[in-house]
Design a protein around this ligand. Structure first.
Ligand SMILES: NC(=O)c1ccc[n+]([C@@H]2O[C@H](COP(=O)([O-])OP(=O)(O)OC[C@H]3O[C@@H](n4cnc5c(N)ncnc54)[C@H](OP(=O)(O)O)[C@@H]3O)[C@@H](O)[C@H]2O)c1
Length: 263
């Protein structure tokens, strides 16, 4: 049986890192991202480097029917998905009260709604396969209430909680659900600026998209529920348990104001 790994947000950044790494390991890939030239370019790069099947679906996941349309596209083309990677997401740092309504709306639609609906649509089919995986991309920000990243960190807290819950619901089935929570990842220009705004701390805790893909895919195949790349980030989460909540918020406020200044 010919199966596929479906990766959302796979035209660039972390999603492209996943797509390249899965293809390198011999997995056929379905690339889903916004309609622009980068999607075609990534597909061409994969086909030139690896002997796998590649198909693309340009689509805006913020649109109401997009998750259903992604699922229908797979059904119409007989693409049997055995690995679903929900990676598309929109980050950003802003002063909440000054942000346009669209700013929050888009993050909720893409980071939360599309991810939930894609899981809901694909799980019944995944359960019919002998082995299947869901890999959701969260963020280390899921563990913090981050000023100036309020909607983003809350959306990733949702992804973490939701992923853990459906993992348990699927306990004993053939479907393993993982969520990966990276700290900064060098992807687009915005993330370079945001990581560098934190100086040495930012650089120490960050990974490249390629490093992250290797870690996340290895751990996903081992069946790990929550994946935290890099020891230093696990240590940060340990420290969090020792710091009083008020002090933590004050540190976060000062630290993330640095990002507002470079955005
Ligand atoms: N970079 C970091 O520091 C970091 C850290 C922790 C977690 N994450 C998470 O990792 C994931 C990927 O981040 P990234 O830094 O790789 O982002 P990125 O470089 O901006 O890439 C985002 C990808 O998602 C696609 N995308 C964005 N909005 C979409 C929409 N409405 N419909 C369909 N596709 C859409 C983009 O398509 P186009 O190329 O066509 O625009 C692109 O392929 C996100 O969930 C993010 O929250 C990132």
């Amino acid at each position: 049986m010919e199966t596929y790994t479906l990766i959302t947000g796979s035209s660039q950044g972390i999603g492209k890192g996943y797509a390249m790494e899965f293809a390198k390991r011999g997995y056929n890939v379905l690339l889903v991202a916004l309609p622009d030239s980068k999607l075609e370019e990534t597909a061409t790069e994969i086909k030139e480097k690896y002997q796998v099947k590649v198909a693309i679906l340009p689509i805006d996941l913020a649109e109401k029917d997009a998750p259903q349309n992604v699922y229908n596209w797979c059904k119409e083309n007989d693409y049997i998905v055995d690995i679903l990677v929900n990676n598309a997401g929109v980050a950003g740092t802003t002063i909440f009260e000054e942000s346009p309504l669209d700013y929050s709306d888009m993050r909720i639609q893409v980071n939360i709604r599309a991810l939930v609906l894609l899981c809901r649509l694909f799980i019944p089919d995944l359960k019919k396969l002998p082995k299947a995986y869901i890999l959701n991309t969260g963020s280390l920000s899921a563990y913090y209430s981050i000023p100036y990243k309020s909607v983003y960190s809350a959306s990733k807290a949702f992804v973490l909680t939701f992923s853990k819950a459906i993992r348990d619901e699927l306990h004993g089935s053939s479907v393993s659900v993982s969520v990966v929570n990276p700290n900064g990842v060098y992807t687009n220009d915005g993330t370079f600026g945001r990581i560098n705004a934190h100086g040495a701390k930012g650089r120490l805790t960050a990974t490249t998209a390629e490093q992250l893909a290797v870690i996340a895919i290895d751990e996903m195949f081992k069946g790990k529920g929550v994946i935290i790349p890099k020891f230093v980030n696990k240590f940060l989460l340990f420290l969090q348990k020792l710091i009083p909540a008020k002090l933590e918020q004050s540190i976060l406020r000062k630290e993330f104001m640095k990002e507002v200044k470079v955005s």
